[in-house]
Write a protein that binds this ligand. Structure first.
Ligand SMILES: Cc1cc2nc3c(=O)[nH]c(=O)nc-3n(C[C@H](O)[C@H](O)[C@H](O)COP(=O)(O)OP(=O)(O)OC[C@H]3O[C@@H](n4cnc5c(N)ncnc54)[C@H](O)[C@@H]3O)c2cc1C
Ligand code: HEM
Ligand code: SF4
Length: 1007
């Protein structure tokens, strides 16, 4: 066997590691490879240090190849060893342990590694100008993981920082520190920020945006001195201005590490001079990365570094012995939370043959510039937009002609931001038209071919792709393109199997496009005047749901109104008005819903104005309770009163409700959106079925215990069944929680699918793009680091707050102990007499407050102890009992076929009949608490998949008869350990349901 040639690599940074990886893949058995790295760690992704500083990533997350990888591939790795000399005559690299022991010990540990080929990948170091005070403690540079850790430590104790240098790196450092709560000033000598990548106008708009975020920016000025006694305290500018500074970061550019090469006698100018094959003046020695100078250019970005590493691996491995590096096209994205900025190529072209297109919108922080020559993109600046940047980058990198006149492209890319429908199609086209070998993930060198292979093998989210081939797990800048590839190829995969159905724009999207639902009020009032409901178009009927007004197919000409009750909070006055209206215009009853709302039925369109006027007198409305809106916000019905709540979360639910109501930012979501916000520790709401669930937790912040919420997203019922919401690993303070929810809704609005309505809920966006992507998107919009989740405090058990419960005492409250009394409303249907009765009791015994539960029941709170027995003697409590059997107590039921055209059976009728029968059969026996939920179809409005026993209505044949029946599911659960119900029995005729359920009610273990 031929002797292996020895390759020694000096520098285990981005270039060195990439080269070693590529060479290993291309010629595993031809070489023995030895790597020296003077940093004490394995190889990490340097560009992600900014994300570590900003708190978006943890240091452990940025490592690329762990040390085991080197071992596995037979690569000798000298970590923490600095090469101090190259003996070109003997072809030996001499290393010295860099940071261990004293100099003497270090010298005795000199390591010699003979080489046939030596690769210098020594990178560069920060340039530190000779500013007086630069050596004071508290002055930092930002290049290595050690620098980053030291900065983070100093930031913990600091209040204000000055960053010297307003380039890419300086701004990332500044924003990172600002996000950690420091007051940060940036000082830049040039007339504007990011002078290398931006033109003056873009630089100024960027400055405005950063100032809006809270940074102070000083341009066209210099630091004359860094001041401080024993430690940095301030920075003095040229004009004498003093800026307070507990720490200073110097980010004034870089200088290539060339000393080793120079001492070895290699040709060195600014960098180590190399030819097109990255060879230095010594044919056995090569240089790549920031230390190399190629055709007079040294680079300071990662892409050229990677390209050089690949070319050298091709040359040395013999895969492409004549491969040439011809220089790189430069593009960069600012990794600053809250600002989207990409710059590529020549953005300052004064070439007379170039076309330059500029659109500036400084008040909105947007700037767009395209420089085009011969139909090809020479350069671009995109500030304030993200999607189009990714597509333009493809054209820029490939050098392909733009697909059409630049103005057309301009227009098309503008529209993408506004219409995800068009955007998706266009993104699909670009994704499909990319060549298979196009590298998509530059951090991990993953091509489109590999990614599509993973998608076809079943990866249906960005996270899943990352797990399969690492793409998207580095700097994350390719995740948008991964999303497009997913949208295109996953869709095709599914379409081929026929599972997705119609992928053209859905009907409701067209209706919304025509007119926002909220704008249908004049139409409603017009129909109210004429009473001609038959003239309503399909679009009218759908749009009226934005006002909570529902045309019902089973009761043509008679409408339903859903009245919003945030966290189920109501009162006697409201109950009386709803009862009165239901008597006057309806049929003397209302429905209490599984989202703590009240529904009135059987009124005509003519009655609507009066109903709304009367409701609004008592502070009620029905807005946005249907269709593609944030529906009524749920929460613990005893918010503020429950003995086992961590805190009262209802103010947050109300704040969020007022944010979204009447706000067109939130009236065109891809689909319905359910939110529950609770501080209760006893799982009284089914949080895991919600698009957003905020549940109680705490964090130690600034040395204090702060109560707030852990955030869950993407739960659902319907649209294919129960998907439990996923933890987002985010903790949010109470005062910021409503705003965070709004931001999550915006992500859904902007990225949710608008194709098939059966695949539009937030759960599907999470499935497609992954929780990681979602969190990053939220992080980017949030503008400061998100806290990771606090401890799970919720107890294991579920409560329904029914019966008589002592309320919590507020500090300093020495009055009589108050109690809440929960009344069962069988299957949620309540007569107007009962409503008035409840209102009377609430006023006579309590303070008039009434609460609604997600189990369709009612709670009257604030009853003094000495009034309890009188209350429980009230005749109404025979109809609405406070101590129902366990069977009736846990009974929840959807609307059913009286009023729902989807319903396959009369759910409420059957549920009551079966429950009464089970009650009779189990009378006198001890039955463990349970819930029985019934839905009339798979839509699951009765939430049958989170119940101990779930029933889903269906029809089945017995002999020659088709009869009402139900499928039976068991042991579904929401809460801290959610569980999707298991199928237990199919097609049980309703007549036989009691037989089938009796053993379950008695013996099914409750989990
Ligand atoms: C915070 C930060 C953010 C950045 N963000 C971006 C970005 O968003 N986009 C982008 O394109 N670029 C970015 N960059 C620049 C990018 O990281 C560099 O272009 C890239 O790291 C250069 O790779 P390199 O291998 O040449 O140098 P390095 O990655 O610095 O690696 C050189 C390694 O060699 C070691 N070394 C030096 N001399 C010796 C010796 N004698 N013996 C042994 N080891 C030695 C060094 O310690 C170092 O580990 C960023 C840089 C920083 C610091
Ligand atoms: C005419 C048809 C329908 C009727 C009468 C109906 C009825 C209801 C009612 C009354 C609620 C409580 C709503 C509230 O208080 O805000 C509800 C909730 C719900 N419905 Fe429907 N619905 C219908 C169609 C659908 C469809 C088609 C789906 C799904 C595909 C669906 C899924 C749900 C879900 C998931 C909930 C939420 C339950 C919760 O989180 O509390 N519904 N439905
Ligand atoms: S579960 Fe089905 S039947 Fe019941 S209300 Fe919802 S859509 Fe109608």
């Amino acid at each position: 066997m031929a002797k292996r040639e020895a390759v020694v690599v000096v520098g285990n940074g981005m270039a060195g590691a990439r080269f070693v990886q590529a060479l290993t893949e291309k010629a595993r058995d031809r070489f023995t490879i030895t790597v020296f790295g003077d940093e004490p760690y394995g190889n990490y992704n340097r560009i992600l240090l900014s994300s570590v500083l900003a708190g978006v990533k943890q240091p452990v997350e940025i490592f690329l190849n762990p040390t085991e990888w080197y071992e596995k591939n037979g690569i000798r790795l000298h970590l923490g060893v600095r090469v101090v000399r190259i003996d070109r005559d003997r072809r030996v690299a001499v290393g010295q342990p860099a940071r261990h022991g004293d100099a003497e010990a270090g010298r005795s540990l000199l390591l010699e590694e003979p080489y046939d080929y030596l690769v210098l990948a020594t990178g560069s170091r920060p340039f530190v100008p000779t500013i007086p005070g630069k050596d004071l403690p508290g002055v930092f540079v930002f290049r290595t993981l050690d620098d980053c850790v030291a900065l983070l430590e100093a930031a913990e104790r600091a209040e204000c920082a000055v960053v010297i240098g307003g380039g890419l790196l300086g701004l990332e450092a500044a924003r990172g520190l600002h996000g950690r709560g420091l007051k940060v000033s940036v000082v830049e000598i040039a007339p504007h920020l990011m002078v290398q990548q931006l033109d003056p106008l873009a630089g100024r708009i960027l400055q405005q945006q950063l100032e809006k975020l809270g940074l102070r920016i000083f341009v066209q000025t210099q630091v004359s001195r860094i001041l401080g006694e024993g430690r940095v305290q301030a920075v003095e500018l040229q004009d004498g201005t003093l800026l307070d500074a507990d720490l200073v970061v110097i980010s004034c550019g870089i200088r290539p590490n060339v000393e080793l090469a120079r001492e070895a006698g290699l040709a060195v100018q600014r960098g180590i001079v190399v030819d097109d094959q990255l060879r230095t003046s010594d044919p056995a020695i090569f240089a790549i990365g920031e230390c190399a100078e190629h055709r007079g250019v040294t680079y300071g970005l990662v892409e050229p570094v990677y390209e050089q590493a690949e070319v050298l691996a091709d040359v040395l491995s013999g895969v492409r012995p004549h491969a040439c590096y011809a220089g790189s096209k430069l593009a960069t994205t600012l990794k600053v939370i809250g600002i989207d900025l990409t710059s590529m190529g020549d953005v300052k072209s004064s070439d007379a043959d170039s076309q330059v297109f500029v659109e500036a919108d400084p008040p909105n922080g947007r700037y767009r510039k395209l420089v085009v020559k011969d139909g090809r993109l020479q350069g671009a600046i995109l500030l304030g937009e993200k999607e189009s940047a990714q597509k333009l980058l493809l054209y820029f990198r490939s050098g392909e002609k733009l697909p059409g006149h630049p103005l057309e492209i301009w227009y098309r890319f503008s529209r993408d931001g506004e219409s995800s429908e068009d955007g998706q199609q266009d993104a699909g086209l670009s994704a499909a038209s990319l060549p298979d070998d196009q590298q998509i993930c530059n951090c991990h060198r993953v091509s489109k071919r590999e990614i599509v292979r993973c998608i076809r093998a079943g990866a249906t989210s960005i996270e899943a792709i990352g797990q399969a081939c690492k793409a998207g797990t580095g700097c994350g800048s390719c995740q948008g393109m991964l999303g497009h590839l997913l949208a295109h190829y996953a869709r095709h995969a599914v379409q081929q199997s026929g599972a997705l159905g119609d992928t053209t724009q859905n009907k409701v999207e067209l209706i919304k496009r025509e007119k926002d639902g909220l704008d249908s009020l004049p139409d409603i009032l017009r129909y109210a005047r004429t009473g001609n409901w038959e003239e309503m178009t399909e679009a009218d009927k759908q749009r009226f749901k934005w006002h909570g007004l529902f045309f019902r197919i089973p009761t043509p000409g008679y409408f339903m109104l859903r009245i919003r009750h945030t966290c189920g909070q109501s009162n006697a006055r409201q109950f009386r008005v709803i009862a009165e209206l239901s008597d006057k215009f309806g049929k003397g009853f209302c429905d209490l819903t599984t989202r703590q709302q009240i529904q009135m039925r059987w009124f005509t369109i003519r009655d609507v104005p009066e109903i709304w006027a009367r409701l609004s007198e008592v502070g009620l409305n029905s807005k946005q309770t249907g269709m593609d809106n944030v529906r009524g916000v749920c929460g613990c019905p005893l918010s503020g009163l429950a003995p086992h709540e961590l805190f009262d979360a209802s103010p947050v639910a109300r704040e969020f409700t007022s944010l979204i109501l009447d706000n067109k930012e939130f009236t065109n979501l891809p689909r319905k959106f359910n939110v529950t916000i609770t501080g209760c520790l006893e799982n009284c709401c089914h949080t895991e079925t919600q698009d957003i669930a905020l549940v109680p937790s705490y964090r130690e912040l600034d040395g204090q215990q702060v109560f707030g919420f852990n955030v869950f997203v993407g739960g659902k019922q319907g649209s294919g069944g129960y998907t439990p919401a996923k933890p987002l690993d985010v903790f949010v303070r109470r005062e910021e929680a409503a705003r965070l929810c709004a931001e999550i809704v915006r992500i859904f609005r902007d990225h949710g699918s608008r194709e098939s309505r059966t695949r539009a809920r937030l759960a599907f966006l999470l499935q497609d793009r992954g929780v990681r992507w979602f969190r990053q998107e939220l992080q980017a919009r949030w503008g400061k680091p998100l806290f990771s989740a606090g401890p799970e405090l919720r107890k294991k058990h579920h409560t329904d707050h029914l019966g008589i419960q002592p309320q919590k005492r507020k500090p300093g409250d020495y009055g009589p102990q108050l109690f809440s009394v929960g009344l069962l409303v069988p299957v949620g249907r309540i007569t107007t007499d009962q409503m008035r009765g409840v209102a009377d009791l609430a006023e006579r015994y309590g303070n008039g407050e009434i609460r609604l539960t997600v189990q369709q029941n009612i709670i009257i709170p604030n009853i003094p102890e000495d009034r309890l027995s009188a209350l429980t003697d009230e005749p109404l409590l025979k109809e609405l009992p406070i101590d129902p059997s366990p069977i009736l107590r846990g009974l929840v039921c959807c609307t059913g076929n009286d009023y729902c055209h989807f319903a396959l059976i009369d759910t409420k009728g059957w549920a009551l009949q079966v429950a009464r029968e089970l009650e009779r059969r189990t009378q006198g026996q001890k039955i463990a608490p349970l819930t029985i939920h019934m839905s009339g179809c798979p839509a699951g409005c009765g939430l049958h998949q989170v119940a101990t026993i779930g029933l889903q209505g269906c029809r089945t044949r017995i002999g020659d008869q088709i009869v009402d029946a139900a499928h039976v599911y068991i042991n579904g659960k929401s809460g801290p350990q959610p569980q999707i119900a298991t199928d237990a029995m199919y097609d049980v005729p309703c007549e036989k349901l009691a037989d089938a359920l009796e053993p379950l009610v008695r013996y099914l273990p409750r989990s």
